[in-house]
Design a protein around this ligand. Structure first.
Ligand SMILES: Cc1ncc(COP(=O)(O)O)c(C=O)c1O
Length: 471
């Protein structure tokens, strides 16, 4: 049956209708592995890839994708997988959502490009109007458009320095903000991301992130708020009062849930306390929502779980529904830089803006933010049962459909088990579940927000069977 044509409405189990889970109940044979991946066509492409593509990419495993629909991906050898990573957090409304594709086609026939840096078009204005209406804070905001997450962070740190005329940026150990020079200089989730690239951008200071399961300050996992308190105390006492003059700090940049660092959810009091500390010293707060934003965590923006408004917010990944676009959204009285001070030829491309607007409309119409919250709770319940049952499942954490499961040798030593984590990922993939890791020992669950419940739990069952095999 042609899944592309079989777009249907279904009543899900959340007491509200969603129109966009369209990959289909007719696909009960999915996942489907017809040849052990990588199959012959995949191997041929991998061979060619190895000759012409930069070897610097990450490449979790040799999956060669031909097409995607809803929550399913099809490889070049005819295998069909359930996608639990949403194309690295981009496809919150699923692969090739018909309304997103329609918006792209319509816009592509009208205007592909006309540098928003130098002229005007309505698509970027419409998209910015929508974004400021859903971004946190009841104050006036402005949007700077770029093409990626790293560029949205570059814009944020340039803006913070420009606006405050201060030099220092405080970032967190374990953070990932991108790979261009400014964002890479703050990124600190794996040494390979920085090794060999120095000298980095000066003026960046790193501090520990409150990681309740492994608090860097020794607080017990049963007292997460204590971990946050000790982190704030450290920044205040040992950084701002010892060697970084607070009046020279432009911004503190943080992920509201650390993504690449291991899906680490900070304690509830952490971001409010960070806000207070920043306010005390006139420091701007930059909230990097590139991975956690756009409804993923069960609110439009993860920071909304903490009751705090940032001064600057960065977004990309899911923002364009599959097309590249980045946005740096700031308080209007922060984003006052003059014409020519920062710009990008392609930023806010009209096709990406149309795609982004359509994506937001789908999320709103199908109540996918609420769905992420409810479905995420169900997933966490299941994973917590695994935690009670399997010695190697050490911790389960997350918000909405941004969930991490930490794999350890055993619960007493809590020793990280990267080999087992990788094995769970690879075996799951070979059985038809595209799932990836975060940090070195965390399985991350971040499916499209409109994934059919049946397939989500089918995929989790497959992962569970791998955990059982390895326990
Ligand atoms: C929180 C966060 N910020 C920034 C980035 C960089 O985004 P991009 O790869 O689009 O440059 C990422 C990418 O994973 C991210 O997770």
């Amino acid at each position: 049956m042609d899944i592309h044509k079989n777009i249907f409405k279904y009543k899900n189990t959340f007491n509200f209708e969603t129109r966009s889970s369209y990959s289909g109940s007719m696909s009960s044979n999915i996942p489907k592995i017809v040849v052990t991946p990588p199959g012959p066509k995949a191997r041929e492409i991998l061979e060619r890839d190895s000759k012409v593509i930069s070897p610097s990419y990450v490449r979790f495993y040799p999956l060669v994708v031909e097409r995607g629909q809803g929550s399913f991906i099809y490889d070049v050898d005819g295998n069909v997988y359930i996608d639990l990573n949403s194309g690295l957090g981009v496809l919150n409304v699923g692969h090739c959502h018909p309304e997103v594709v329609k918006a792209i086609k319509e816009q592509a026939e009208k205007l592909l490009h006309y540098s928003n840096t130098d002229f005007y078009y309505e698509e970027s204005v419409k998209f910015a109007e929508k974004l400021v209406s859903i971004a946190p804070g009841s104050f006036d905001k402005r949007v700077f458009f770029s093409n990626s997450g790293t560029e949205s962070v570059e814009a944020a740190i340039k803006l913070a320095r420009w606006r405050t005329k201060r030099q220092y940026i405080i970032g967190f150990i374990g953070a990932f903000h991108g790979r261009t020079y400014g964002s890479m200089s703050i990124t600190s989730s794996k040494p390979v991301q920085r090794a060999g690239f120095s000298p980095l951008v000066p003026g960046i200071v790193h501090v520990p992130y409150p990681y309740p399961y492994r608090c860097p300050f020794g607080a017990s996992p049963d007292e997460p708020e204590e971990c946050a308190n000790r982190t704030i105390e450290f920044i205040d006492e040992w950084v701002l009062r010892k060697f970084v003059p607070p009046e020279e700090v432009a911004a503190i940049i943080f992920e509201p849930v650390q993504g690449e660092g291991g899906y680490i959810l900070p304690p509830k009091n952490f971001i409010p306390e960070l806000r207070k500390l920043a306010d005390e010293h006139g420091i701007l707060l930059i909230d990097d929502e590139v991975q956690a934003g756009m409804g993923r965590t069960g609110k439009w923006w993860a920071i909304q779980h903490f009751g705090v408004d940032p001064d600057i917010l960065t977004s990309a990944k899911a923002l364009g529904g599959g097309l590249p676009v980045g946005a740096t959204i700031a308080k209007a009285d922060v984003m006052t830089w003059p014409g020519g001070s920062h710009a990008s030829t392609f930023g806010g491309n009209p096709v990406s803006c149309a795609s982004g607007l359509a994506t937001i409309n789908v999320i709103e119409q199908d109540r996918l933010v609420e769905r992420a919250a409810e479905l995420g709770e169900k997933v966490k319940k299941v994973l917590n049962e695994w935690k009670d049952h399997y010695e190697i499942v050490g911790d389960v954490r997350g918000l909405g459909l941004m969930i991490g499961m930490e794999i350890v040798r055993d619960k007493v030593s809590k020793k990280k088990a990267p080999d087992l984590t990788r094995e769970i990922m690879i075996r799951s993939w070979k059985s038809g579940v595209a799932v990836i890791t975060a940090g070195v020992n965390v399985i991350r669950i971040f499916p499209p927000l409109n994934i059919e419940e049946e397939y989500l739990f089918k995929a989790l069952d497959i992962i569970r069977s791998k955990i059982r095999e390895l326990s």
